[in-house]
Write a protein that binds this ligand. Structure first.
Ligand SMILES: Nc1ncnc2c1ncn2[C@@H]1O[C@H](COP(=O)(O)OP(=O)(O)OP(=O)(O)O)[C@@H](O)[C@H]1O
Ligand SMILES: [Mg+2]
Length: 393
């Protein structure tokens, strides 16, 4: 099991290698316990109340659909109560949409020539809740009937881990790096996997993705401009999705910039502290300089929205609330009205690489769960509204 004896190493490289080995063992043990018995993540089942809520119908309507046969019964019925798998929810959406008079009521995704929405979460401040916000948006949108693609542009692979692929355990499949690399890149469709979460696909990240930074420096000026690489890759799969959510690394390097160019909208997650405010200022200033460089090549960048999202919000903390008020005064509706509340429910779920949508309410303090869930729902609903607005609905 774990080595806990003091480390004795002859050199610094031996010392750090031993540290890496111990951390690897601890991580894999933790993950194997979390995913036992088959080490694969699965989505929980949803109660009828939750499903009615997600579909925007009453419980009575849902029961009627089952009794008149317009919707098949879910596989799991315990003590007369129905529980739905993610796939069953998705199928119910499809069936109800087919029978619905108003298009888009159950499947709110693209219609006609609606443009694919590519939303990048970025901020070079580490720990500003980019990945946490990204996975919650992915799950919210997928549960609400949007065909969603998650792209993990962070070599650390946090979003990949949330999507059930443990790069710390075994993973040797293709990743986003393979679609972006300069040397014989793979088609984007080969760098995408389905996840256990219905409606959500993922282009995973592995550590090798960091090579993109050095390779870009070496290949500068040759072939397609580096910043176009991701958007070109996304273009080849765009018909399969309504929304793409991009998580980025805590750096403003070539990876973040190729994301920024592909993005139709940008969200800058920010924790309301003085340090984060200062860091975000620097980040936005640098972003402006880089965007200027891209624009100077003759490219016109046009983002549908470019907004701040307050994360790890604590309404009882007065200094942080002053920063929230300042942000709202400075940028009005460019600050998402809903905030990601700081919550132990979210932090606890993250320990198991889960979003709040995967947690079973009864297994948590209900009020804690409810507050966290409604805050993430509110952020998701606002982003969905922005998406609909971009489609002029
Ligand atoms: N709403 C929240 N409530 C409590 N903890 C949170 C919340 N959002 C994020 N966290 C915690 O804050 C930490 C940082 O979050 P996260 O990893 O999402 O940030 P990040 O910006 O992606 O970090 P990095 O810059 O390293 O990529 C994590 O431990 C996460 O669990
Ligand atoms: Mg992250």
């Amino acid at each position: 099991m774990f080595q806990t004896s003091p480390i004795e190493a002859a050199t610094q490289s031996d010392l750090t290698r031993e540290m890496a080995t111990r951390l690897h063992t601890a991580l894999t043990t933790h993950l194997q316990q979390a995913y036992a018995p088959d080490q694969r993540k699965q989505l929980r089942n949803f109660s009828a109340t939750e499903v009615a809520d997600l579909l925007g119908v009453t419980g009575q309507f849902l029961r009627k659909c089952h009794s008149d046969g317009s919707l098949p019964e879910p596989t799991i019925i315990r003590n007369g109560r129905r529980f739905y798998s993610g796939d069953e929810i998705l199928r119910a959406r499809q069936t109800l949409e087919e029978g619905s008079r108003s298009a888009g009521k159950y499947l709110p995704g693209r219609r006609g020539d609606d443009k694919l929405q590519v939303i990048q979460l970025m901020n070079f401040k580490g720990g500003s809740a980019k990945s946490t916000s990204a996975i919650h948006l992915c799950h919210y949108l997928a549960l609400n009937g949007y065909r969603t693609l998650a792209i993990d542009l962070d070599p650390q692979g946090s979003l990949t881990g949330f999507c059930g692929i443990q790069t710390e355990l075994e993973f040797d499949g293709a990743s986003i790096y393979d679609a972006l690399r300069y040397d014989d890149p793979l088609p984007m469709s080969d760098a995408i996997v389905r996840t256990y979460f219905p409606g959500l696909h993922l282009s995973p990240a592995r550590l090798v993705l960091s090579e993109f930074e050095t390779e870009t420096a070496v290949n500068a000026g040759r072939g397609v401009a580096f910043f176009e690489r991701l958007s070109r890759a996304i273009e080849t799969v765009q018909h399969d999705y309504d929304v793409v959510i991009i998580d980025s690394p805590p750096a403003l390097g070539f990876l973040t910039l190729t994301g920024l160019y592909a993005a139709t909208s940008v969200i800058v997650p920010m924790t309301p502290s003085m340090l984060d405010l200062a860091s975000t200022q620097q980040f936005v200033e640098m972003t402006s300089a880089y965007l200027g460089v891209i624009e100077d090549t003759g490219v016109q960048l046009d983002h549908d929205f470019f907004s701040f999202l307050i994360t790890r919000d604590d309404p009882s903390d007065i200094p942080s609330q002053q920063i929230v008020s300042l942000m709202r005064a400075l940028f009005q509706d460019r600050v998402v009205a809903a905030t990601g509340l700081r919550s132990t429910a979210i932090a606890d779920a993250a320990m198991l690489k889960m979003s709040i949508y995967e947690v079973i309410r009864a297994e948590m303090t209900r009020s804690t769960y409810d507050r966290a869930r409604s805050s993430m729902d509110a952020v998701g609903a606002e982003v969905a509204q922005m998406i609909q607005q971009a489609w002029r609905r």
